[in-house]
Design a protein around this ligand. Structure first.
Ligand code: ADP
Length: 324
């Protein structure tokens, strides 16, 4: 009997964003394309326990109630599908800031799904694993294949890999614009936007166009086009967020300073572009060889709390299985 499994996954940052739900089970209303980042890694150990209660440890401490409930419901979902039996202790560590808009739920649920799949009585393939991860967190679906991955819109999609990490010619620099957790989680934020943002429908249409163009730009390896599309898609998503009532303002003054700085760097010859998720941090996209230069410049922007330089990351994986 398998008693303990260790798994890992990388968080991902989207070039074209998932913002909006099409239905239950984190069905996305927009297609999205993302890059997994090797520096944003989560490791999760799932251990079988006696007694009828699951336990959740996050970053070395008992998890908060919200996280506990969400992970518990996720384990229930696996149990209801006959993929899991018994109770478990989930001990997860994000090797980067949790719940600050760095997609910790993506790597968290991808690593958890990968670990749980090892306990399953039947084999779970990559595509099914991506679907299962999506049920925990929409963007976790993309952390399962890793590399450059695309999650289509629709009722029950799985993410597929567009390019393996070694074939992706660019990387990312994460510039931390704040410390601490963000105010509104992605889940609630998306629902609020769909309910009240007057730009929501226009966003859904634009997301489809950006998806088509991004795929073409990626196939052509056209970095300036990829960067421009990523910036445009990000700006459109934040416009939808800002127009949500009450407004979802994820940016702070450091975010804006960074966005302005990147334009200046570009004019002066550094080919870098910016994207921002549902949080204040700015993520720079640039060719692999420009990563150190972009990181150095980001570090010098006043108010930046830290900089994480990252190459493309791989798929979610089971690292260790213990049996008795
Ligand atoms: P983020 O942009 O960091 O994903 P969200 O607000 O969307 O922010 O999600 C953060 C939530 O995801 C946390 O409050 C927690 O419930 C969950 N989470 C984060 N890391 C993990 C993990 N390693 N394992 C399980 N759940 C996690």
């Amino acid at each position: 009997m398998i008693t303990r499994v260790r798994a890992a996954a990388c968080a991902n940052i989207a070039l074209t964003k998932y913002w909006g739900k099409a239905g239950p089970g984190n069905a996305p209303a927009t297609p999205s394309i993302s890059l997994a980042l090797s520096a944003l890694r989560t490791e999760t150990v799932v251990e079988r326990v006696r007694g009828g209660r699951d336990r959740v440890i996050l970053d070395g401490r008992p998890a908060d109630r919200g996280t506990r409930t969400r992970v518990g419901a996720y384990l229930d979902l696996w149990r209801e599908q006959g993929l899991l039996r018994g109770n478990f202790r989930v001990d997860s560590r994000n090797l980067f800031p949790t719940a600050a808009g760095l997609a910790s739920s993506a790597s968290g649920y991808a690593a958890l799904a990968a670990a749980l799949s090892a306990f399953s009585p039947r084999r779970i393939g990559r595509i099914e694993l991506s679907r299962l991860a999506r049920l925990g967190s929409g963007s976790a679906a993309r952390s399962v294949p890793g590399g450059l991955a695309r999650l289509p819109a629709g009722p029950d999609p799985a993410a597929r890999r567009l390019l393996p990490p070694a074939a992706v010619p660019f990387g990312m620099v994460v510039a931390l614009a704040a410390t601490g957790e963000k105010e509104t989680g992605s889940r609630e934020g998306m629902l609020a936007s769909a309910r009240s943002s007057p730009y929501y429908r226009a966003w859904l249409r634009q997301a489809r166009r950006d998806d088509r163009e991004m795929r073409a730009a990626l196939a052509a390896g056209d970095l300036p086009r990829i960067g421009a599309l990523a910036e445009g898609n990000m700006a459109a998503m934040h416009a939808v967020m800002l127009a949500t009532r009450p407004a979802l303002l994820y940016w702070n003054e450091v975010t804006i300073r960074l966005l302005g700085a990147v334009r200046g760097w570009r004019r002066r010859g550094l080919a870098a572009w910016a994207t921002v998720d549902a949080g204040p941090h700015v993520v720079l996209l640039c060719a692999r060889e420009d990563l150190p230069r972009a990181a150095r410049r980001a570090r010098r922007v006043p108010g930046v709390r830290g900089v994480i330089e990252s190459l493309p990351g791989g798929a979610a994986e089971v690292i260790e299985i213990e049996e008795r």
